[in-house]
Design a protein around this ligand. Sequence first.
Ligand SMILES: NC(=O)c1ccc[n+]([C@@H]2O[C@H](COP(=O)([O-])OP(=O)(O)OC[C@H]3O[C@@H](n4cnc5c(N)ncnc54)[C@H](OP(=O)(O)O)[C@@H]3O)[C@@H](O)[C@H]2O)c1
Length: 330
Amino acid sequence: MKDIPLHHHGILSSRLAIGCMGFGGSWDEAEPYTLEHMKQLEAVVDAALSIGINFFDHADIYTRGKAERMFGELLAAKPSLREQIFIQSKCGIQLADEALPVRYNFSKSHIVASVDGILNRLGTDYIDLLLLHRPDPLMDPEEVAEAIELLKKSGKVKHFGVSNMHSAQIEYLRSATQEPFIVNQLHLSLAHRHFLDQELLINRNEGGAVSFDPALMPYMQQQRIQIQAWGPLAQGRYTGASRPDATEADLLTARYIEQLAQQKETSKEAILLGWLMKHPAGIQPVLGTTNAARVLACQDAERQAELMTREEWWSLYAAASGTFQPVILP
Ligand SMILES: NC(=O)c1ccc[n+]([C@@H]2O[C@H](COP(=O)([O-])OP(=O)(O)OC[C@H]3O[C@@H](n4cnc5c(N)ncnc54)[C@H](OP(=O)(O)O)[C@@H]3O)[C@@H](O)[C@H]2O)c1
């Protein structure tokens, strides 16, 4: 397996991770999850473990805490599981309610209380990684640093990271703490290509619409920050989901992916993820599927990243961008 930045920080994580946002049933707090939901989670965890995936991504807000609670039930039923896996969760987003809008909160009291909630729902003494979910414009790095120090000293959190942040925000947070931020989780996929567009469209008219921190990719590569991709399956846009908003470019890219998958005797998911994983940053896709069969369909992704030619990689990028029409064989 190719080394990824997480390994340099002592976390022997798999290349792929499972995102747990889809578990817990609905986002309605009052609606409980069912036995069927539990079985679905168990099947996904079993499928993941069977192909070597040992990294699970949570957030305190997913299905309003129910995803973590379900996962905690699974850990309680299989106590040996905790030591076999890495658990990451996130805090810092407060969901809207009748009285207040959605807001981000990096205050010390909120971060510390959020971690207690996470540990309580998961039924574990520690999490391997805590990410600050989305940048809080009112954040005070000194206060964040105090929270981090407290959580580290208590053993409740082993490592820290961020999500959806640009390089200046990470540097600002780092100015107050010795603790490294070892992950940045971002929306990246063949359908969400801003991280490449920013580099490729520099000094070109089409570059005007691109919104991505131009320094972010090289910064994270230099600093050995693990880039995690959320939304890596593009919600099935290229692998068989029927999407009412699909464009001509999406449909053609989907056919091209299918053709590549047939030629290479692999799955469409492996081609799609292989494209992302070919990037030298060692991007770790966080798979949002709740379907055990789809987890297994992703197994060959790392190998496909290695096998993918430069020509195929560029053709996929250009096809998804709508600037190139790959030849589809009859
Ligand atoms: N840091 C952040 O701000 C942030 C934001 C969003 C998500 N996340 C994390 O990233 C993970 C993944 O994100 P995501 O769920 O948005 O993205 P994803 O992995 O791109 O998409 C997963 C969704 O697409 C569906 N899907 C995939 N292939 C399909 C196909 N061929 N046909 C039909 N449906 C298909 C899945 O359905 P099935 O379940 O049926 O497979 C699931 O609903 C989340 O679980 C969460 O852990 C982080």
